[in-house]
Design a protein around this ligand. Structure first.
Ligand code: NAD
Length: 437
């Protein structure tokens, strides 16, 4: 069986390599020539644990190839997955579908046989129907079915998530699509993964509802952390106590500087846009979006307060720019709000991230970039931890203290032990944990 994956980004490249692992022949197409050339030369355009090995293995097995020529890729293919970006449209927060429709247009031009087109990109309710209408109009001579198969993988654990998902959601409008998708996902179904076949609109909405719910969970625990700070309760224990309830579950109950990344912010916005279009109020999701935006700014005030109310002219070390650990992705990361705001207030920032600096440099001008975590601490008035990279939790605190001008740590991810930091003489600020702990 042969398929085409359009888009060689976090979702497309991982999906392509994993389908090849299932024994399927996959041609991955991207319009970015540099990306394709890099992949052909064995260089990964993104950082994702385990990806390089998997890609190399299946390039060698002959089941995975890369091209910018869609027409040749489509030859003999039974399905084409669209895994291109769907960022927020400027101005109104709606999902920008221009890449999806550009890919559809290219398929319509290049195709010469019947095909199943599958949206793996996150697309608003009704997109599948619009795509089907588009193909019916542009290629009435060919049977082109459209299915929605939203992806739920997480960056940083993408391969594991693709190979062992909680479920696979397929929105279909035709029996041919079901048989083909069942065949493509057979290894997962045989391993016990539930395959949920639904209508297209339902599948499209499942993705937005799931992401908005997870964003809600994060925002909820962040607000509980604020209440812990005001009352002397401990958010880590509150979250544990809540999470042990099987109806709630412990995941996504980690307080921090606000959710970010390439999915939650834009998907929450797009869902709200859909709801407004349909005149259906989503008050909870509205509140989540507003609370999360306010939270990022609140982190700035917290840092300023820890620096005695003034950061102008002070050197501040920053650990982490990616929106979470395990990825090089900085899209919509809290760092993109917090760091420019600190710069605006006159702080001199020295920043280190184990994977995200190359991307971050393009988006965060005027910063000093360090070679390692300790370099950021040199003469610093304070050290801010913005991303929960594991290595930041095991830094040598004594060494940091010797390097710093003033021993102040603002740990916005609760990666350090308050007792250990305080025992070494740090003024230590974290999220939702009692001052004395
Ligand atoms: P990305 O930006 O990493 O990759 C998209 C790729 O598509 C780019 O390489 C781009 O050059 C390519 N592309 C765009 N238009 C093209 C075209 N017409 N032909 C060929 N290639 C084209 O994006 P991503 O993070 O992989 O996200 C893709 C989709 O998956 C989005 O809708 C996103 O919401 C969704 N998603 C992302 C994640 C994630 O963790 N990143 C998880 C689940 C779902």
């Amino acid at each position: 069986m042969r398929i085409v994956m359009i888009g060689a980004g976090y979702v497309g490249l991982v999906s392509a390599a994993c389908f090849a692992e299932f024994g399927i022949e996959v041609v991955c197409v991207d319009k970015d020539r540099h990306r394709i050339e890099a992949l052909r030369a064995g260089r990964m355009p993104i950082f994702e644990p385990g990806l390089e090995d998997l890609v190399k293995r299946h390039v060698a097995s002959g089941r995975l190839g890369f091209t910018f020529n869609l027409k040749s890729a489509l030859q003999g293919a039974m399905a084409a997955f669209i895994a291109v970006g769907t960022p927020s449209r400027r101005g109104d927060g709606h999902a920008d579908l221009s890449h999806v429709f550009a890919a559809a247009g290219e398929i319509a031009t290049a195709l010469s046989h019947p095909l199943l087109v599958v949206t793996k990109s996150t697309v608003p309710v009704g997109t599948g129907r619009r795509l089907a209408a588009f193909f019916a109009e542009t290629r009435p001579d060919l049977k082109i079915e459209v299915a929605a198969n939203p992806e739920f993988l997480r960056e940083g654990a993408a391969i594991e998530d693709f190979m062992r998902p909680d479920r696979i959601v397929c929105g279909i409008d035709g029996s041919g699509a079901q048989a083909l998708l069942e065949a493509l996902y057979r290894p997962l179904a045989q391993a016990g993964t539930p395959l949920l076949f639904t209508g297209r609109e339902t599948a499209e909405l499942i993705k937005y509802a799931a992401n908005s719910y997870l964003a809600t969970k994060i925002t909820f625990i962040n607000e509980m952390a604020d209440l812990c700070e005001a009352t002397g309760a401990d958010i880590e224990v509150v979250a544990k106590g809540m999470g042990l309830d099987g109806r709630i579950g412990g995941r996504f109950l980690k307080p921090g500087p606000g959710y970010g990344g390439s999915c939650f912010p834009k998907d929450v916005q797009a869902l709200l846009h859909t709801a407004r279009e349909q005149s259906v109020p989503l008050r909870i999701v509205e509140a989540v979006e507003a609370a999360n935006a306010a939270r990022k700014l609140k982190m700035v005030s917290r840092i300023v307060a820890a620096c005695d109310g003034k950061v102008r002219g002070k050197r501040i070390g920053v650990l982490g720019v990616t929106f979470k650990s395990g990825t090089d992705d900085v899209r919509d990361s809290p760092s993109l709000v917090v760091l420019p705001a600190l710069q605006e207030l006159g702080a001199k920032l020295c920043v280190f991230d184990p994977a995200g600096m190359e991307e971050a440099r393009k988006r965060l001008p005027g910063l000093t970039w360090a070679q390692n975590a300790y370099e950021t601490a040199q003469d610093a008035t304070a050290l801010v931890i913005l991303t929960e990279w594991e290595a930041f939790g095991s830094l040598d605190l004594d060494q940091l203290k010797t390097l710093m001008h003033t021993p102040v740590i603002i740990d916005l991810r609760n990666v350090l032990s308050p007792a250990a930091a305080r025992a070494r003489g740090f003024a230590y600020h974290s999220i939702g944990r009692p001052k004395a702990r």
